[in-house]
Ligand binder design. Structure first.
Ligand code: NG6
Ligand code: CA
Length: 504
């Protein structure tokens, strides 16, 4: 008897170790310095900090890009987004960006017997173009390896402001069809420009002046679908419930859940219990709400006895921004908080704060707890998680850094390409090259530095985290070395595509 139970336990433990659940929690526009474990910021992200305290906290963890769509493309495909010219911020009616024939992270897990789900912000397109939102949608996450999906199509500031569950708009009634256009308004439909009095909740600062829903103006035009429209203040709670339900439904089978929070992206409309909590206005409150979601999903795993058998990755799709198009007091109430940490730039920027993001990996009993300075990117998760579950899946730009992600090795990537609005920067060791580009040094609308300059920039990130001293003219040999490596890594095709962006 004793032998049998021991054998059973061994078998069970082996299965748990070789097929742990995997949960990726992916915040939206959360800066490195928004997480209090990373920085002496003014928001206490206690739940994220708790993940960090018993896990591996990366100080050189990157999203591939300084905006959402390309970073998510890389996360799910293990391929640099600049290899796909369409991997840029998508409208809410864009077709599915990822080729359904490609091997995604969800496909990889499914092949290994996992139940796979995505809950939250998608922003990788749906359908084949000209989606009819009133019919089953062909080409959704369900065609990229996810068994279950409950998503918003793009962002909360873009129409349609509805949830899509698998292939259907959730809660849509047949007698009130939903129509969406990013080209022209529907006859007699009000917009923020024709009917500014409709903006009872929030006003636009730049962009975001088309259809109005819940007193908030959005990007794009929409008509109908009333019963399906979401309530902004409960987006976080709705996604959390769906994520918890997915966990509930997969107590026996290993699961992969990609839980993509919307916070703290605009429009920032935190739930009632967070309104006013941070003292930093709705952006700070939305960061607290994201932290709460992390705590709640972790609590769910704990309650179900799954916490020890679940590898959790926490990260963000790009760096922070205060004013991203609405008057929401993010700038006025930010005070001494530093969402960008010690780094320069922010969302949309080639400078570090654009892509260097919170990055934590936890798996109780399996990680070597601590802080890691290894250079790691979200593009590496596919190959690394494939190694975790003994899949032979590889992807073009994804490196197997499993030991590093578990804190057992300090070896990171030798080099990394970073992207912002189709332009690239290149990190090699401690050195960071930003080639010369046309364009303004300051994105005036959001008041963030772009990192663009007509002359090359070279920084030593070991001694100059804040990118204050451009060493390009002081270290010409190093500059040449990085330029050559960069050319070699991105290859002649991309070089040709970007020549028009570059001065030389
Ligand atoms: C920009 C939007 C910004 C945000 C961003 C996408 C305007 C003026 N600005 O175009 O508000 O929606 O796209 O953010 O429309 S991301 O995190 O999804 O990449
Ligand atoms: Ca984002």
């Amino acid at each position: 008897m004793a032998t049998t139970s021991c054998q059973q336990r061994t078998t069970h433990e082996t299965a748990a170790t070789t097929k742990p659940n995997v949960l990726i929690i992916y915040a939206d526009d959360l800066g490195y310095g928004d997480v209090s474990a990373n920085n002496q910021g003014k928001i206490a992200t206690l739940n994220i900090d708790k993940l960090a305290a018993s896990g591996v906290r990366f100080t050189n963890g990157y999203a591939t890009s300084a905006t959402c769509t390309p970073s998510r493309f890389a996360l799910l495909t293990g391929t640099y987004p600049w290899r796909n010219k369409n991997a840029q911020i998508l409208p809410g009616d864009a077709p599915l960006l990822i080729d359904t024939a490609s091997m995604t992270m969800a496909d990889m897990f499914r092949q290994q017997g996992y139940a796979t789900g995505v809950v939250g912000k998608w922003h990788l397109g749906l359908g084949r173009g000209h989606v009819d939102w009133n019919q089953p949608i062909m080409e959704t996450p369900n065609d990229l390896g996810f068994d279950y999906s409950y998503i918003m199509a793009a962002t909360a500031d873009r129409v349609p402001t509805v949830y899509v569950e698998n292939r259907r708009v959730a809660g849509l009634q047949a007698n009130d069809p939903l129509y969406v256009s990013y080209e022209k308004n529907f006859p007699s439909q009000p917009t923020a420009l024709t009917n500014p009095e409709l903006m009872t909740k929030m006003k636009w600062h730049h962009g975001h002046n088309q259809s109005v829903h819940n007193g908030i103006p959005r990007i794009g035009y929409m008509k109908g679908g009333k019963a399906a429209l979401w309530d902004d203040a409960s987006i976080a709670a709705v996604f959390l419930e769906k994520a918890k339900a997915f966990v509930d439904a997969h107590q026996k089978q290993p699961f992969f859940l990609y839980y993509a929070l919307h916070e703290p992206h605009v429009p920032r409309v935190p739930g009632a219990r967070f309104a006013g909590k941070s003292g930093l206005g709705p952006r700070g409150d939305a960061v607290l709400e994201a932290d709460w979601c992390v705590g709640e999903i972790m609590r769910k795993l704990q309650e179900d006895g799954l916490a020890d058998n679940t590898l959790v990755v926490f990260s963000s799709d790009n760096g922070p921004v205060l004013n991203d198009g609405y008057y929401d007091e993010a700038v006025e109430k930010n005070g001494a908080h530093t969402p960008w940490g010690q780094f320069r730039g922010g969302k949309y920027s080639l400078l570090e704060a654009g892509t260097r993001v919170p990055f934590i990996v936890n798996w109780p009993g399996h990680v070597q707890q601590g802080t890691s300075n290894a250079v790691v990117s979200q593009v590496d998760l596919l190959a690394s998680l494939a190694a975790l579950v003994h899949s032979s899946t590889q992807a073009l730009d994804s490196q197997n850094l499993l030991a590093t992600f578990l804190g057992k090795s300090t070896k990171g990537r030798a080099n990394l390409v970073l992207e912002a609005s189709g332009r690239l920067a290149f990190r090699s060791g401690d050195w960071l090259l930003i080639p010369p580009y046309r364009g303004k040094p300051l994105n005036e609308e959001v008041n963030l530095e772009t990192g663009l300059s007509p002359t090359p920039q070279l920084y030593n990130l070991a001694s100059d985290l804040g990118q204050r001293t451009n060493l390009a003219s002081i270290q010409p040999a190093k500059l040449t070395e990085l330029q050559q490596q960069f050319k070699q890594v991105v290859g002649p095709d991309f070089q040709a595509n970007t020549e028009e962006l570059q001065l030389h």
